[in-house]
Design a binder for this molecule. Structure first.
Ligand code: F6R
Length: 243
């Protein structure tokens, strides 16, 4: 695991963008990105957007698979991860919407939707570079503490801390969905490279547990210690509890 400590959140975004752009170029025009929502990767997406606008990165034939989606939000809800990915990834990175996939949290048969999602990732040739944030409780995707380290895409219950963390996007905590579909830890571990970004003091415990704690279901991000090609890009505040 390579850990890069940057002076500011903006610098962390730029360093992470450079790493993702490098992997995408190595993978070729049909590269497959794994994409996260949330605030952590926004500066990274800005760095990629700048490269696309300058013409040094072309994602027009690339594909993307989002990590997760809420269950139970109406189609088109601005808080759905499908809407968020469209706004922060598909449009600014000039990707073909047909190539950008999000688990279907509105499917009638959620279990089938999870199986279909796994099959679609496989059919695309697997993820070349997975972009991740980390929750304050150590979750990656919505794999909350105690998630199986071998898990695949499935339905999960969001824990209260995650619902509180995400309530900032909703009118009230009561509006935050209780369930989600998420790629499993096993799914994430299949990506050929991983770039995780974390900024701010609120992530310091999670970053320390991820990088220096035991590999444990209680910090799902710690499974990344078992991955061969992980870059963790943090600002000084998020790095403050590393030994
Ligand atoms: C988002 C996701 C989550 C977030 C994590 C951090 O698709 O799967 O694991 O990466 O909750 O969220 P932020 O970046 O908003 O602090």
């Amino acid at each position: 695991m390579e850990i890069v400590i940057c002076s500011t959140p903006e610098e962390a975004g730029e360093v992470a963008a450079a790493r993702v752009a490098q992997v995408v170029k190595e993978a070729g025009p049909r590269a497959v990105l794994g994409v996260a929502t949330g605030s952590s990767p926004l500066a990274l997406y800005e760095g990629l957007t700048r490269r696309v606008e300058e013409g040094t990165l072309d994602l027009s034939e690339a594909s993307a698979f989002a990590l997760d989606e809420y269950v139970g939000l109406p189609a088109g809800d601005p808080n759905s991860y499908a809407a968020t990915i469209d706004k922060t990834v598909t449009v600014p990175l000039k990707m073909n919407p047909a190539n950008v996939h999000v688990p279907d949290g509105a499917a009638e048969d959620l279990k089938q939707a999870c199986e279909d999602y796994e099959a679609a990732i496989k059919a695309a040739g697997g993820v070349d570079v997975q972009i991740l944030g980390i929750g304050s409780n150590g979750h990656i995707g919505f794999n909350e503490p105690s998630s199986s380290l071998a898990s695949r895409t499935r339905i999960k219950t969001l824990n209260e801390r995650t619902r509180e963390d995400n309530a900032r996007y909703f009118a009230s905590i009561d509006d935050v969905p209780r369930h989600c579909l998420t790629q499993g830890l096993g799914t994430i571990m299949d990506a050929r490279a991983v770039v995780l970004v974390a900024q701010g003091e609120g992530k310091a415990d999670a970053v320390a547990a991820l990088a220096e704690g035991p590999v444990s279901t209680m910090c799902p991000g710690s499974i990344l210690q078992m991955h061969r090609t992980v870059t963790v890009v943090v600002d000084e505040a998020a790095a403050s509890k590393l030994k």
